[in-house]
Design a protein. Structure first.
Length: 255
């Protein structure tokens, strides 16, 4: 969170904040949960299973992801802090252990029909992720800027969140498209949390997935929850990268 102390006043010192009308949970929550920069406090637990991999080898993998998100304000500027911790239950080549940890802190500014988000992002990687081929030259720490914009047009939520990671041995940008349709106050359908990766050093895409996700929200004994399922297929045929992935999500929501 301290990463945003120097960023918040620079980004938002001249921004005029217009108060958005506060809809009820029943009217809005199914749309809010599909917006990665929405100021919603939540604790998400995801399980991702890579069922098949590109290439001749018969591989699979399973990853548990814990992802808390906390909105807060500094100098009357709204911000969103998010932590994502991966634990690799079953790695493609066998074994298990801590995976990638990502931290970002975004300044949120109302802009037009949507919301702009700008802030720093930090990625921490264990040796097995920094050097997947067994080398010793990978970087364990990557940092860079995150920029996003998401707007709502009727039942449709559109936008993108980009995160650029910079390190001596790696420079890449991850683009998370936001495309979802709210079918009812309790259900949304969209492309999910898929990410398109551009490798600046190599000059090509590292991942080109397509996906479909269904998210349902509801009130269980006074506690709002989110339950979702997602499927992805990576169009980029690179030996050793996942081909098909399925994921399940459960989240506790606080409004």
């Amino acid at each position: 969170m301290a990463l945003a102390i120097g960023v918040a006043p620079v980004v938002a010192v001249h921004a005029q904040r217009d108060e958005e009308p506060e809809p009820t949970i029943e009217e809005d929550l199914a749309r809010v949960v599909v917006d990665p920069i929405a100021p919603l406090a939540q604790l998400s637990v995801l399980v991702e299973h890579d069922a098949t991999y590109h290439g001749p080898r018969d591989l699979d993998a399973t990853t548990l992801i814990i992802r808390p998100a906390i909105p807060f304000s500094t100098w009357d500027v709204q911000q969103l802090a998010r932590l994502s911790i991966e634990y690799e239950i079953d790695r493609p080549e066998g074994g298990s252990g801590l995976g990638v940890t990502e931290i970002f802190d975004l300044v949120l500014v109302p802009l037009g029909p949507g919301r702009l988000a700008v802030g720093p992002v930090l990625e921490l990687r264990p040796d097995v992720a920094a050097n997947p081929d067994g080398g010793e030259d990978g970087d364990n720490v990557l940092a860079g800027p995150a920029v996003g914009y998401v707007a709502r047009v009727g039942p449709v939520t559109l936008g993108a969140l980009t995160r650029t990671f910079l390190a001596p041995s790696e420079q890449r940008t991850s683009i998370q498209p936001v495309v979802a349709v709210t079918l009812a106050p309790w259900i949304s359908v969209g492309v999910g949390d898929l990410e398109l990766d551009w490798d600046w050093e190599e000059g090509h895409w590292g991942a080109l997935p397509i996906g479909l996700a269904v998210d349902v929200v509801g009130d269980v004994f006074g506690q709002w929850i989110r339950v979702g399922v997602e499927g992805r297929y990576d169009l980029h045929d690179v030996d050793g990268l996942y081909e098909t992935r399925v994921a399940g999500r459960f989240a506790l929501l606080v409004r």
